[in-house]
Design a protein around this ligand. Structure first.
Ligand SMILES: [Zn+2]
Length: 58
């Protein structure tokens, strides 16, 4: 047999540990060019611009 826990982890202790497990919502911004929502610090997937400058052709 391998190593086993000495005691059962209580519901409270388990819940306290998992209180940090929630996923955060992605940081969304509005594109300057097409006004669509885009990920912050990323090239707009809709029109291919970044900070109001056309970076990639779509
Ligand atoms: Zn855009």
């Amino acid at each position: 047999m391998g190593a086993l826990p000495k005691r059962k982890i209580s519901k409270q202790r388990k819940g306290n540990r998992r209180s940090h497990h929630a996923l955060a919502a992605p940081a969304l911004t509005v594109c300057k060019e097409c006004k669509a929502t885009a990920l912050a610090h990323h090239v707009c997937a809709n029109c291919g611009s970044y900070k109001g400058v056309q970076v990639i052709a779509v």
